[in-house]
Design a binder for this molecule. Structure first.
Ligand code: TYM
Length: 331
């Protein structure tokens, strides 16, 4: 194990990866690989907390793994695996869950939202504890995520602090890493709601693998605001502000710069400009994806899981000892 700080993050294998995932989290995953000991996970155990089709899950796990590789997660610099192949995640979730107050779980807004559709199930309720276990099983110092995960991450921090208080300093209290621009990418159809994979309206989101003409169409149809000025004002002009954030990220230019340059541009032309930048930015990812071969990706994921198991087991030996379950190794 290296002595660099560790970063951990996960993504659910449901649906297709969209611009929110990319801008809020995945770009950082790629960037942080150089600076940190990076551990990334396709969190398939989280995905089954809502109704799903088992045969589709097998497909979407693989598609998500391939997408991560295409985006730039590099197995020679970071660990990448499927959560379900590393049973220590679920084991630690149990050990942490036994001492997690229901009051804390009752406050989780994602549980409230999701359980309205999926029903009140234990898996959905315990979801944030499993998420804490994901992070803590690797004793991660930092977690790159979008803003929608802030509440879950706060709970993970509380869980770490509670464990450390009871059993002695064991887990680093993980810091959240969010990007300056793109921490909360908004829906193209309702810029007051976040872009999300569960929105029934396809045109609310751009997928990383959308065809160029689909991207152009979706952006042209994006809801903008009254007035005609290209200005950054997320409260009064959420639609244009969202597009400015997207453009800023894909052109690597500051929002101020972009506003100065395009202030008087008509909305239609501005949307085309954004579309061109997004299409160009995503081309490399689409091209990379095509070069990835399913069998090879499968082998990479198996190797990742074996490495991750060894690393997680090292932590679990210590955790089991601390909580009074011996070393957990049967002799
Ligand atoms: P998930 O799969 O919903 O999303 C993956 C990542 O994408 C970010 N994201 C966004 N960022 C900006 N704007 C948006 N509109 C947007 N939509 C999604 C999410 O914040 C996330 O970083 N619970 C997590 C998965 C998870 C996890 C973990 C993350 C499980 N265990 C441990 C970190 C650490 C989730 O459902 O993400």
């Amino acid at each position: 194990m290296t002595d660099r700080k560790r970063v951990f993050s996960g993504i659910q294998p449901t649906g297709n990866i969209h611009l929110g995932n990319y801008m809020g989290a995945l770009r950082n995953w790629v960037k942080l690989q150089d600076e940190y000991d990076a551990i990334y996970c396709v969190v398939d155990l989280h995905a089954i907390t809502v109704p799903y089709d088992p045969s589709e899950l097998a497909q979407s796990r693989l598609a998500t793994a391939k997408a991560l590789l295409a985006i730039g997660v590099d197995p020679s610099r970071s660990l990448l695996y499927y959560q379900s192949q590393v049973p220590q995640h679920a084991e630690l979730a149990w050990l942490l869950g036994v001492d997690t107050p229901l009051g804390a779980l009752n406050r989780m807004t994602q549980f409230k939202e999701k359980s309205e559709k999926a029903g009140q199930k234990l898996g959905l309720y315990a979801y944030p504890v499993l998420m804490a276990a994901d992070i803590l099983v690797h004793r991660a110092h930092a977690v790159p995520v979008g803003n929608d995960q802030t509440q879950h991450l706060e709970l993970a921090r509380d869980i770490a602090v509670r464990f450390n208080g009871k059993f002695g300093e064991t887990f680093p209290v993980p810091e959240q890493i969010t990007p300056r621009v793109g921490a909360r990418v908004m829906s193209l159809q309702d810029p007051t709601a976040k872009m999300s994979k569960s929105d029934p309206d396809d045109s609310s989101r751009i997928l990383v693998f959308d065809e160029p003409d689909t991207i152009v169409k979706k952006l042209k149809r994006a809801v903008t605001d009254s007035g005609s000025e290209v200005a950054y004002d997320p409260v009064n002009k959420p639609g244009i502000s969202n597009l400015l954030e997207i453009l800023s990220l894909f052109t690597d230019r500051s929002i101020d710069d972009l506003v100065n340059e395009h202030n008087a541009m008509q909305y239609g032309r501005f949307k085309q400009l954004v579309a061109d930048a997004v299409v160009e930015g995503l081309t490399r990812i689409r091209t990379n994806y095509k070069t990835l071969e399913d069998g090879e990706v499968g082998r990479l994921m198996t190797k990742g899981a074996l490495d991750a198991r060894m690393r997680a087991e090292e932590q679990m030996v210590e955790v089991r000892r601390l909580v009074g379950l011996g070393s957990g190794t049967i002799s």
